[in-house]
Design a protein around this ligand. Structure first.
Ligand code: KG4
Ligand code: ZN
Length: 365
C-alpha cells in the first residue's frame, strides 16, 4: 500500500512503533484506539556509560543487535504476531543518522513486506503528542488547539499545533544547549552516571535553592528563545568554587544521601530552580501575548519533579489546561511514535516506504 493523503477513513488494526533515534532501541504496539498494548525500551546505557555520552557508531550496532529481542518482546506482550500488524510507524529524525537508519529501514522493510501503510515520524511530534497517551485506556483525541513544550537532552522547543491541519510549527527553540544537556553536564562534573539529569533532580530535592541562587539568563523582553549554555557554565564554575580541592565522597556517589556536602545539594537546587524558572518565564511571556487553552509538556526532562510541580501550578494560575506526559512515556519510547503515526493514519495520511529517508535535522516551519 503506497503513500498519500487520502480520505480520512477509520483505521482499524494494530500500529507497530519503532524508535531508534539515539541510544534506546524501542518497539511498541498500539491498537486503533491508541491503547498502548506494549512498549519495550532496551537501553544501551551500559555500552555508552564508560564514554560519558552516546557513541554514535556503537549505538547503530547495538540497535541492530537489540532489535530481534525487542520486537519479539513487544509483539508477545501485545499478544499479536507479525501478520496482525496493520501499520508501521518509525522515527525518521531528528537524531543520529546511523541510528535512525536502522529503525527506519527495518520499518520500511516490514511495512513493504506486509503490504501495510508506513509512517515516517518526526521524533518531536512523537514527544509533543505523548501526553495524550493513557497508561491504561485509549488515547485522548487530539484537541482543537494545543501548544507543546518539549524538553529533553537534545531539544528545548515550544511548538504549536494547527487544530485543523495538525501541522506543527516552532515558536521557540534553544539558541545553544538543551535543558537536559545542562542537567547532564552538571551530573557529569559530579561523577554521576550518564545521563545525570534524573539524579541531579533527585538530589536537588534535598537542597535549598534560596541558599545558592543562580542568575537567570538575561534576554530581551520580546524574546522567546531558550538558552542554557550560560546557566550550565555558571553551575560548573560554582561547583568548582564550592568543591575546591575536595572530591565528592565515594559514599555519596555510592548512594548514601547523607554523605553529600550540603553546599553541593543547595547548589543543585539553585541550578534546577533557575533551569525550570526559565521555562516558566517563557511560558508566561507567551501567555501575556496570546491566549493559551492548553499546553502539552513532554520529553525526558518532563520527568523533573520541580518542573512537574511548577508547570502544574502555572497552569492553575493562568487558566491553562496542562497535559503532562505520564512518567512512563517521558523518555524516548516507541509508543509515542506509533501514536503520532496513528494520528496521521486517522487523517488518511501515510508515507511511501520506498522513499522515506532519515535526517539528522528536520526543522519545523
Ligand atoms: O527524551 P529523552 O529520553 O531523550 C532525548 O530525546 O534527548 O530525554 C533525555 C534527557 C536527558 O538529558 C536526561 O538527563 C533528562 O532527559 N532527564 C531529566 C530527568 N529525567 C530524565 N532531567 C531532569 N530531571 C529528571 N527527572
Ligand atoms: Zn526524545
Amino acid at each position: 500500500m503506497l503513500a498519500g493523503a487520502g480520505e480520512a477513513t477509520p483505521f482499524r488494526g494494530f500500529v507497530l512503533g519503532i524508535e531508534t533515534s539515539c541510544d534506546d532501541t524501542a518497539c511498541a504496539v498500539l491498537d486503533s484506539e491508541g491503547r498502548v498494548l506494549s512498549s519495550q525500551v532496551s537501553s544501551q546505557l551500559e555500552v555508552h556509560r564508560p564514554f560519558g555520552g552516546v557513541v554514535p557508531e556503537a549505538a547503530s550496532r547495538e540497535h541492530l543487535r537489540n532489535w530481534p529481542a525487542v520486537s519479539a518482546a513487544a509483539l508477545a506482550e501485545a499478544g499479536i504476531g507479525w501478520k496482525d500488524v496493520g501499520a508501521v510507524a518509525a522515527t525518521r529524525g531528528p537524531g543520529l543518522v546511523g541510528s535512525l537508519l536502522v529503525g527506519l529501514s527495518l520499518g520500511k522493510a516490514i511495512s513493504y513486506s506486509l503490504g501495510v501503510p508506513f509512517l515516517a515520524v518526526h521524533h518531536l511530534e512523537g514527544h509533543l503528542f505523548s501526553p495524550l497517551l493513557g497508561t491504561e485506556g485509549a488515547s485522548r483525541p487530539l484537541p482543537e488547539s494545543m501548544l507543546g513544550l518539549v524538553v529533553s537532552g537534545g531539544h528545548t522547543s515550544l511548538l504549536e499545533v494547527d487544530g485543523e491541519t495538525s501541522a506543527v510549527a516552532s515558536l521557540a527553540e534553544t539558541r545553544d544547549d538543551a535543558v537536559g544537556e545542562a542537567f547532564d553536564k552538571v551530573g557529569r562534573r559530579l561523577g554521576l552516571p550518564f545521563p545525570g539529569g534524573p539524579e541531579v533532580d533527585r538530589l536537588a530535592e534535598l537542597g535549598d535553592p534560596a541558599a545558592r541562587p543562580f542568575r537567570t539568563a538575561r534576554i530581551s523582553s520580546n524574546e522567546l528563545a531558550f538558552s542554557y549554555s550560560g546557566l550550565k557554565s555558571q553551575a560548573l564554575r560554582a561547583l568548582a568554587e564550592t568543591l575546591g580541592e575536595r572530591e565528592i565522597p565515594p559514599a555519596a556517589l555510592g548512594g548514601e544521601d547523607e554523605a553529600w556536602p550540603q553546599e553541593v545539594l543547595d547548589l543543585l537546587a539553585g541550578f534546577r530552580r533557575a533551569a525550570v524558572d526559565q521555562l516558566i518565564r517563557r511560558l508566561d511571556r507567551l501567555w501575556s501575548e496570546r491566549p493559551i487553552a492548553r499546553l502539552s509538556v513532554s520529553g525526558g526532562v518532563a520527568a523533573c519533579r520541580l518542573l512537574r510541580r511548577e508547570v502544574t501550578a502555572w497552569g492553575e494560575r493562568r487558566g491553562v489546561e496542562i497535559l503532562l506526559v505520564p512518567l512512563r512515556f517521558s523518555g524516548d519510547n516507541a509508543a509515542m511514535i506509533a501514536h503520532a503515526g496513528l494520528l496521521r493514519l486517522r487523517r488518511g495520511d501515510s508515507d511511501d516506504p520506498r522513499s522515506a529517508d532519515a535526517e539528522s535535522r528536520i526543522p519545523f516551519r
